[in-house]
Design a protein around this ligand. Sequence first.
Ligand SMILES: NC(=O)c1ccc[n+]([C@@H]2O[C@H](COP(=O)([O-])OP(=O)(O)OC[C@H]3O[C@@H](n4cnc5c(N)ncnc54)[C@H](O)[C@@H]3O)[C@@H](O)[C@H]2O)c1
Length: 332
Amino acid sequence: MVNVAIVGAGGMGRRHAASYRETGEARVAAVVDINRDAAASLAGEDAQVFASLEEALEKCDVDIVDVCTPTPFHAEHAVAALKAGKHLLLEKPMARTLEDCDAIIGAAEESGKTAMVAHVLRFFPEFVRGKEAVDAGLVGEPAVVRTSRGGGMPRGVDSWYTDIAQSGGVVLDLIIHDFDWLRWVLGPADRVYARGLAHSGRKGQDYALVTIRFRSGAIAHVEGTWMRPSGFETRFEIAGTQGLLDFSSRDSASLRVARASGEERRAAVDVPESPLAENPYTSQIRHFLHCVRTGEAPIVSLRDARAAVEIALGALESMKTGEPVELRFQES
Ligand SMILES: NC(=O)c1ccc[n+]([C@@H]2O[C@H](COP(=O)([O-])OP(=O)(O)OC[C@H]3O[C@@H](n4cnc5c(N)ncnc54)[C@H](O)[C@@H]3O)[C@@H](O)[C@H]2O)c1
């Protein structure tokens, strides 16, 4: 049983804690939050409560630090954990700036510990099967990809989410999931162009359309919104030389393939009976614990996570200037 310190006892801290419990392989031994009540409520009877990571690292013997603080604190907490010789699981986005990403990569390389950014789409069955279908050549060469993700405005207009300077808005906070997945499926990206409301100054009202050109020649069009009052929804569509693969979280049979011949087969891609038999966040933590135990490299490298941040920051810059932005650090 490994011991974990969770930093940030908000929505994600609670989700991660539940997932560690569900694996049966790890124990949450410490909870850190500047809000003592939040930390105490997550810690319950089993874990110690701390107001700072520094104090937790001094007083509590943990193997893993799991960082679920708001994005601007990611680098500070991740670097402190790695410098103290702990394994690191870090919520996405890796950090608010590329300089912060580099500080984390530097600290991880020095420590030699397992470090992974929680790009959880890599554990959502439909997104995994979507990649496998493309790899198996089911739609031929991918040419055009569309993704969409979003729902309502994050709770509380004064939450850190609605401050673009902290969260990076839908582009850095939300559709970074798709940027990572698209790189996983299509390979390195070389250019990004975006339009959106990130710089409009209207708190929480955020919508973005991001076009990414990949080195393979494929183009992706990524939509992200916090302005969809009808509820949270994700979709993707991959058009290739041999057919079309599409997914919508609204459908019950959510993964379908329409071959170029016009033939449509439900679930032609192997979809488990109950795709959500295990919560993807728990599958993600199971994978991370496996890597900690075996020393294997996590499925998401720190350079993958940095590359996704580079796409997001490029998109934010493109929205400001109206010009496309060349991406320079896309190799994993
Ligand atoms: N993977 C996903 O699907 C997903 C979903 C939601 C959020 N996230 C990410 O998880 C992270 C946390 O998001 P959340 O929704 O849990 O946020 P939240 O606002 O619900 O919780 C953040 C917690 O961190 C605490 N905190 C703030 N500053 C701190 C500090 N300096 N030291 C210690 N504690 C501090 C706050 O008191 C709060 O309890 C963000 O980076 C977010 O982007 C990921």
